[in-house]
Design a protein around this ligand. Structure first.
Ligand code: PLP
Ligand code: COI
Length: 348
């Protein structure tokens, strides 16, 4: 099959957010202080030493971005420079070597190109999720940084993260478990944060919610973020707000939504502490946002054993979140003009 012409025979519209093996992945190794040039490989299996620091001490970080087919057939990434930057922040925090931006971009582009047949077509609602990862490998036992590292990029076609169609309304349950400490690793995309959050998600789901909502771990009062997404809120007074916290992942989606809200919807935007219990009655609309989540309206929040509805019963999404979703996705799939210069085309 000519990988550049034919698409896989998948039911794209039915895809969920699951791993789907594709043909190629990119792998580079950092040995003796420098990166090799890396290459595309076929095996999805990583061979790692049993003493690898990634396995014992979570010396690893990752990223998440998507390639989408635009209305005119181009293949677009959304602000990949920010993923590269964020991966290097995490690398430095965990004493791993930075991945040069050129290597990061080469790996992402090569992997997407090599798996062209797996990029969901325009209009399918699906996209090609890209997962760059950096792990400490090689032999080790004591608590110290690895001597060797692997940078790998794999891709998987995915559908919506939460439910199937368009903008599903989700619910959140406040977690009694903390995700991250104020000066810890919460603002870095490192696997350890997510391992600690698995039980919180499980507990939230047992209470009937889709996701855990974490409050700040110092006071248990201010909104931090959800398990896999940041939070944005449209207030009844017209302000569009998002938490100001150094314990949350600096979401690229959120950063972009704040710009769209300010520049195009002309809302007064603010990053500030949001006292959940004191302010929830002033929420007009709320949403979780992220690469996987896109923009998912939050319909209900479980706080101190009590459900609070944000949207009226039966309402699916409010006008502000709908407008933001349409503008964000419109830019990402080339239906709207890329007014902020956010799209990066991969020449196939
Ligand atoms: N918060 C967490 C914990 C996440 O895992 C993600 C996903 O990447 C986000 C927020 C959203 O970040 P982004 O919009 O950069 O994908
Ligand atoms: C993403 O949105 O890219 C993420 O990494 C979230 C992850 C939990 C799927």
């Amino acid at each position: 099959m000519d990988a550049k012409v034919n698409k896989q025979q998948l039911n794209w519209a039915e895809l969920g957010f699951q791993y789907h093996r594709t043909d190629y992945r990119f792998c580079a190794r950092h040995v003796s202080g420098s990166w090799n040039q890396g290459e595309l490989i076929e095996s999805e299996i990583i061979q790692a030493h049993e003493g690898a620091p990634a396995l014992h001490y979570a010396q690893q970080c990752f990223e998440g971005l998507k390639a989408q087919t635009a209305v005119d057939g181009r293949v677009l990434l959304f602000r990949p420079d920010l993923n590269s930057e964020r991966m290097n922040m995490a690398a430095s925090r965990l004493l791993m070597p930075e991945v040069p931006r050129a290597l990061f971009m080469l790996a992402v582009e090569e992997t997407v190109r090599a798996n062209y047949s797996w990029i969901p077509p325009y209009g399918s609602g699906a996209s090609l999720y890209i997962r760059p990862m950096l792990i400490g490998v090689g032999e080790n036992l004591g608590l110290r940084p690895a001597q060797q590292f692997e940078f790998r990029v794999f891709v998987s076609p995915v559908g919506p993260y939460y439910k199937t169609d368009g903008m599903a309304v989700i619910s959140l349950a406040v977690s009694e478990l903390d995700r991250a400490a104020p000066n810890g690793t919460g603002s870095y995309k490192v696997g350890a944060n997510y391992a600690g959050g698995l039980l919180a998600t499980r507990k939230a789901q047992e209470k009937g919610a889709d996701e855990a909502l974490f409050l700040d771990s110092a006071e248990g009062r201010y909104i931090d973020e959800a398990g896999s997404a940041n939070i944005v809120i449209a207030m009844k007074d017209g302000a569009f707000i998002t938490p100001n916290s150094n314990a949350i992942l600096p979401s690229i989606t959120r950063k972009s939504l704040m710009v769209i809200a300010r520049e195009q919807l002309h809302l007064k935007t603010e990053e500030r502490d949001i006292d959940l219990r004191a302010e929830i009655s002033e929420f007009e609309e709320a949403a979780a946002c992220g690469t996987a989540a896109v923009l998912a309206p939050v319909g209900r929040i479980l706080v101190d054993q009590q459900w609070h509805s944000i949207y009226e019963d039966g309402q699916t999404v409010g006008p502000i979140m709908q407008e933001l979703y349409d503008r964000l996705v419109g830019i990402q799939i080339g239906e709207l003009s890329d007014a902020f210069g956010w799209c990066h085309e991969i020449k196939i």
